[in-house]
Design a protein. Structure first.
Length: 130
């Protein structure tokens, strides 16, 4: 990939985005409007705010199809966080699902390597046909 730094940055942003789900689950375990509940939801809002700004910047630098395909890795982060923080079990089904996601992301990303975000639709079609 031409811009590996944007790909790495994208995955850092997606990992940050997936942390909001951790705070969401933590908030769900608290009484509504308790101090901890409010604290967790403030953390969620902050993370989503940072994510939204960072996402807008990253999609300027890479094809939107590639960026959206990579959002699927948040499922993998969810499995990791579930195991590490909530002591959830990792099953064969979860591992199989994660592998399918990784393969799918690889296929989408590798098919967009030659196409830069500024290419026209006709140029993209020609690039795929050759």
């Amino acid at each position: 990939m031409k811009n590996i730094k944007y790909f790495i940055l994208l995955h850092i942003i997606l990992a940050l985005f997936s942390v909001s789900a951790v705070f969401s689950k933590l908030a769900a375990q608290e009484d509504t409007l308790s101090f901890k509940w409010i604290l967790y939801y403030c953390a969620i809002l902050f993370l989503l705010f940072v994510y939204a700004i960072a996402w807008q910047q990253i999609i300027k630098k890479m094809p939107i199809v590639t960026a959206y395909a990579n959002k699927a890795v948040t499922v993998i982060w969810g499995i990791v966080y579930g195991m590490m923080i909530f002591r959830e079990e990792i099953t064969v089904t979860k591992i199989a699902g994660a592998l399918i996601i990784i393969v799918g992301v690889y296929i989408v990303v590798s098919s967009d390597e030659d196409i830069s975000p500024g290419d026209s639709t006709a140029d993209k079609h020609k690039a795929r046909m050759s």
